[in-house]
Design a protein around this ligand. Structure first.
Ligand code: NAG
Ligand code: NAG
Ligand code: CU
Length: 275
């Protein structure tokens, strides 16, 4: 009996550590702190709200979203801007890097724990001249980037580019770098980074939003074919989301015939490049 008890405790802890989100961003060499906001502690005890720090990031909870139609899909939970919310300046055509980490980056010695599944970046134009108060609802989101398998993958079991976010030993989480489409018209935007961890059923979804001021000479904006809502863009039965029984092949069922491909069916709309 004893070994089993120990195993399940380790599993619990591993599961908690394995959750997390985007803890910081880098734009043009400037690092922006994230806005992680715990609603409960390690043993599930409720925690008081921490003092709100001015941040470009919407506050978020580390628990994964297990239902792709949940209201938490927009900008995580609870997705509100901090009282002195900031917008990070970024020129269209330049890069932003999102650094994922575990849910207590100051406590646990290593970072993002998942390796299987895609990475996405979406944007939404904020009405007016601030994103503060904009909740990201409606068909406002367009996809600017998506990453799936690594070039050496033989089938949908991976390896996935998500695995490159894994961190061992040092405290600078490697990031996911995307380029703001260079023809995108200037304005205030939310950027929504997202990891889907497909190695369990239901899949674990980790979105996080941040506020940007996009500058530059762009004049373009995606037409409605590219615009989706969150929740709304995905369903739990999307073939790129409901995948777990094959990923668990390590100890589980054999690979399904439909996963013998390197053509991963990305959920959501086509990528808008503005070209
Ligand atoms: C949203 O996320 C929070 C924190 O993880 C959770 O307590 C809440 O139940 C979620 N809401 C929905 C509608 O799933
Ligand atoms: C911007 O990101 C792209 C894609 O990751 C990369 O190829 C390019 O080298 C980056 N540019 C700069 C200036 O870092
Ligand atoms: Cu996790």
């Amino acid at each position: 009996m004893k070994p089993q008890v120990i195993t399940s405790i380790i599993c619990l802890v591993t599961t908690a550590v394995g959750h997390g989100g985007v803890c910081s961003y880098t734009i043009d060499g400037v690092q922006y702190k994230g806005n992680l906001w715990h609603i409960e502690g390690l043993t599930g005890e409720p925690l008081p709200d921490p003092p709100a720090i001015p941040s470009i990031q919407r506050r978020w909870d580390y628990m994964p979203i297990l239902d792709p139609t949940s209201s938490n899909m927009t900008c995580n939970y609870d997705g509100t801007a901090t009282p002195s919310s900031l917008h990070a300046p970024i020129e269209a055509g330049s890069n932003i890097t999102a650094h994922w980490d575990n849910f207590m980056p100051n406590v646990w010695p290593d970072g993002w724990h998942h390796a299987d599944g895609p990475l996405f970046a979406y944007m939404a134009a904020c009405p007016g001249d601030s994103c503060e108060g904009f909740d990201g609802s409606g068909a406002v989101w367009f996809k600017i980037n998506q990453l799936g398998l690594k070039p050496d993958a033989q089938d949908l079991r991976g390896p996935w580019i998500q695995g490159d976010l894994l961190l061992s030993g040092n405290r600078v989480p490697p990031g996911y770098t995307v380029t703001i489409p260079k023809n995108l018209k200037p304005g205030k935007y939310l950027i929504r980074h997202e990891i889907i961890m497909v190695a369990s059923i239901p899949a674990q979804i980790y979105p996080d939003c941040a506020q940007l001021t996009v500058t530059g000479e762009g004049t373009m904006f995606p037409d409605h074919d590219y615009l989706v809502s969150f929740p709304g863009a995905y369903s739990a039965t999307d073939p790129g989301i409901a995948m777990a029984d094959w990923v668990m092949t390590g100890g589980g069922s054999p690979i399904k015939p439909e996963w013998k491909t390197t053509d991963y069916p990305f959920p959501g709309p086509a990528v808008w490049t503005g070209e």
